[in-house]
Design a binder for this molecule. Sequence first.
Ligand SMILES: [Zn+2]
Length: 94
Amino acid sequence: MLRFLAILFAFVLVVPVIRFVLGLLGRAFTNFALGNRAAGPGQAKPRVPAGGTLRKDPVCGTFVSEDVAILLSSGGHMHYFCSNECRDKFQKQA
Ligand SMILES: [Zn+2]
């Protein structure tokens, strides 16, 4: 009887975990499929600022992802800014 209860208990615990994992896989697959598609009207979502290498904004000190940073190349160095305002300030200082 205890064995039966243990199996039942394990089953009750395992089923939500499996459903959760399947849900994650389904979502990952959907993202993958959407990512492969060329950007269309349905792709109006802004890019997630997470991911990519983080660079420090030399003006305000904010860490910003390379993917979304405002870039400025000067003196053979690439500078990364969180906003156009910071880039403009940097250019005025230089
Ligand atoms: Zn900044």
